[in-house]
Design a protein around this ligand. Structure first.
Ligand code: FAD
Length: 323
């Protein structure tokens, strides 16, 4: 039976949810062996946890893998992928995954589909949908690989988490790590977040603002609305890039992952990098003046309109109700 390899990431020691989302995607392909690939240091516990879910767990346990290094990982995994000859290798579409996947694909001479949001078997290969043009177009892409199959990076959040694991007894295989290749990069330091920064990851209600706010001065209206709603203020990356709000308020793949119950998106287009940071299936309400904005594809409630007009009205309404 052919295999699917899933590259597992860990964030501050914990297994990243993307591993289980990709497992859901793989199980959806039918009878196939699903193997986790775990790289890092002191992998005993996480490997045992993964073995409850996956048919096989392959560990690369070495202090040199303690820090993310896509170049080193790709050189280490290439002979492994050649040996395993998987149908598909899935890598999370994260900062590290986006670095690892193309390097690995080039080394094993396999086609790569980046940022997949669906996955199905098509003939001898696979077919996946990926969004292009800032999420406005969905492209269906097929690829057939050689002996090393096809590589895909999978967008975080694109697949739902699997249910409680069966009593699966996956086998754990400790892979030998040769001295050569050696890492070509030297890890310098981890920069910890500012301890005084706001923690939006725990907020139940978020009012998030995007480039549609147009001017820093207009943020006061949004702050006031958030206060009226008892919500925390969040934003997209362009708002941080303009230095209008702190980085700790940025939601997304290169920002904070949030799990609110309610998410109000104001003047946000709905890029995958932003939406990738929203987990837990919150109720999403969006206001945007472009009826074709991708945010409306995921919003539970959408209003086509100008936030500069609607935010003060909304605040007034909410304060009125509270009174
Ligand atoms: P835009 O895409 O410019 O959208 C603005 C929206 O506002 C438009 O839809 C427009 O119709 C609407 N609008 C304009 N004026 C008004 C108005 N007056 N009233 C109502 N609507 C209005 N982005 C993140 O957010 N988080 C991340 O973590 C992140 N990480 C990234 C990582 C990488 C490697 C890269 C390449 C990009 C990343 N980005 C991230 C950026 C991302 O690709 C998008 O560019 C960004 O999310 C867009 O932000 P936006 O929706 O505010 O702006």
């Amino acid at each position: 039976m052919r295999k699917i390899l899933i590259v597992v990431e860990r964030a501050r020691g914990a297994l990243d949810e993307t591993a289980f989302e990709m497992l859901s995607a793989a199980r959806g392909l039918g009878e196939i062996t699903v193997a986790a690939v775990l790289m890092g240091e002191d992998l005993g516990e996480p490997a045992a946890e993964l073995a409850r879910w996956f048919d096989e767990v392959h560990t690369f346990d070495d202090p040199r893998l303690g820090q993310p290094d896509g170049d080193f990982q790709a050189r280490l995994l290439a002979p492994f992928v050649r040996r395993e000859q998987p149908l598909v290798t899935l890598v999370p579409h994260t900062n590290t995954g986006m670095e690892l996947a193309p390097m690995l694909a080039a080394r094993v001479d396999a086609p790569l589909i980046a940022d997949a949001v669906t996955l199905e078997v098509a003939g001898d290969g696979v077919r996946a949908v990926r969004t292009v043009l800032a999420g406005k177009v969905q492209a269906s892409v097929s690829a057939t690989g050689g002996p090393c199959g096809v590589l895909l990076t999978v967008r975080p959040g694109a697949f739902t988490l699997p249910d409680v694991p069966p009593e699966a007894a996956g086998t754990v295989h400790a892979e030998a790590i040769p001295d050569d290749p050696a890492p070509r990069r030297r890890f310098v330091e981890t920069v910890a977040p500012d301890p005084g920064a706001v923690d939006i990851s725990q907020a139940e209600v978020l009012v998030a603002v995007g480039r549609g706010i147009e001017d820093e001065e207009n943020l006061d209206e949004v702050r006031s609305l958030a206060e009226a709603m008892g919500a925390e203020l969040a934003c997209t990356r362009p708002v941080v890039d303009k230095k209008w709000l702190e980085k700790s308020r940025q939601v997304g793949t290169s920002g904070v992952t949030v799990k609110p119950r309610v998410y109000l998106a104001l003047g946000i287009s709905g890029s995958f990098q932003h939406m990738g940071g929203i987990k837990g299936g919150p109720f999403i309400a969006a206001i945007n003046k472009d009826p074709a904005a991708p945010i409306f594809d995921v919003a539970d409630v959408g209003v086509v309109g100008d936030i500069l007009d609607l935010v003060p009205l909304l605040e007034k309404k909410i304060r009125g109700r509270k009174a």
